[in-house]
Design a protein around this ligand. Sequence first.
Ligand code: TEU
Ligand code: CA
Length: 578
Amino acid sequence: TTEHPWWKEAAVYQIYPASYNDSNDDGIGDIPGITQKLEYIQSLGVDVIWVCPMYDSPQIDMGYDISDYEAVYPPYGTVQDVEALINEVHSRGMKIILDLVVNHTSDQHAWFKESRSSKTNPKRDWYIWKPAKYDSDGTRKPPNNWRSNFGGSVWEWDELTQEYYLHLFCPEQPDVNWENEETRKAIYQSAMIFWLDKGVDGFRIDTVNMYSKPTGYPDAPIKDPAAEWQEAGLVYCNGPRMDEYLGEMNAILSRYNAMSVGECPFTPDPARVLGYVSEKEARLNMVFQFDSVDVGMGSVFKYMTKPFKYTLADVKSAIGRTQKLIDGTDGWTTSFIENHDQARSISRFGNDSPQWRSRSGKMLAMLFASLSGTLFMYQGQEIGMINIPQDWPIEEYKDVDTINYYAEVGRRNPNDPGAQISAKAALQNLARDHARTPMQWSSEVNAGFTSDSAKPWMKANTSAQEGINVADESRDSSSVLGFWKQMLKLRKTYSDCLIHGGYKLVDGDNPTVFSFTKSSTAGHFKALVICNFSSKESELPLIEDLDAAELIFDNVSETQAGARSTLQPWEGRLYIVK
Ligand code: TEU
Ligand code: CA
């Protein structure tokens, strides 16, 4: 057998600290709460945990605004708690990666406080400061028309020093100036080496392609003529010095044999992606491409989905693009459909009605656990968690992106109350909040995330009382949870085709059935996966390989199966073809 680096066959389980497990009943999840659940996590069959930002932070963007890389947000615990978590994970033979957020810091980071204090401060150049532009009538304008990821301009005016600073996300998240070598060294030391020395096994690297900004900061093309600020991701991502910066980071990571997975938005060009993940280029081990999670999103604003529509063909081509990345190349890819920035996959791509949610959740598990690359699962996905109930008022949504978007729609349509109603409908499908409700451990009021009398920071989804919780699903091997465990085992058993194999779409034009094969690298056998993306029966497609295929896994029980030439609603089948 071929030797593979440890991170290729690993299944990674992502944890959102605020919402995982509250060990001291203050309503906020915490690090000791994660440590308490390691036995459960290991029982899933995953190898690595990825912990979302637990660093000290004013929490404007749930910890993606870091005020001190070397401290832990007090409600989550202490540096000692993280050290204990690292040790516990390692003693179980698992690994742990942290979130590395270094495109920006919090505006409360000591570096930014100094930088903004005066134009002559030694750290002035650690962030991106630019003078104003002026209209012919003397109106002050920012340097360009870029829209921030969370709405408004990316430029914030600073009264004290009379300049703008850049923030691709919230104004409280100023972008670091990566052109300054001293700044880069400080980042590497504080955000990376500090934690690598404590034994972490790598990083999920936030917005990894935004560090190098385009020369001259050109305006973005006008996509939305009515808007003041334009979506500019394609302009500011993948700037000219990206490869150089990632080379520097990789030199550090390699010293520790640490893994890296970069978040890579706004990068439609596969050649550019391959440049990041090619083994020879030694930049990143792998990235998260956005093809699959962007399916069904608006092209100007992601929430503009009126009506919320996509076709199975969109799903097929998105998955095809990320799978092709390893086709005859020295690159590596990832398989994922959920994370803390995405609504729940059953609600988006399956059917979350009581009748079909378990079946469609299992089908999605089969699909994504059969794709090549390193597999990433998000907390709650393993029990088939679904979106927030439709009748929750907007006030229950807490994400800054949600709140800003909803307010912006109101501001831009003052005489049209319908605008906010459709904004709410879009958010019901796509808001990041859906991923952030507390993990559902039991059917108790707060889903067992915190005590019944505590007030969780986000309300628990009432689906916990409808059987979607760890306690109930652990007792039932036919649950989504039981299915994921079996699927993760099969993924290892058939790693040659499921993790490393070559992906080939079959019966590509079928509008309701998604079928593909995964050929083992050694070429002896292949896997055939057939998924019915419909709440109706579909005909089993006529696929040549089926003649020699052995059905090894199915999400429909024998009693429900019916005629084998008919696919049941949301049925998923996994065959091995010898
Ligand atoms: O996300 C960056 C990103 O590009 C998006 O997925 C982002 O969520 C979207 O543009 C918002 O509409 C990363 C983190 O995953 C996210 O949680 C942070 O908010 C963001 O970076 C800023 O650090
Ligand atoms: Ca707590």
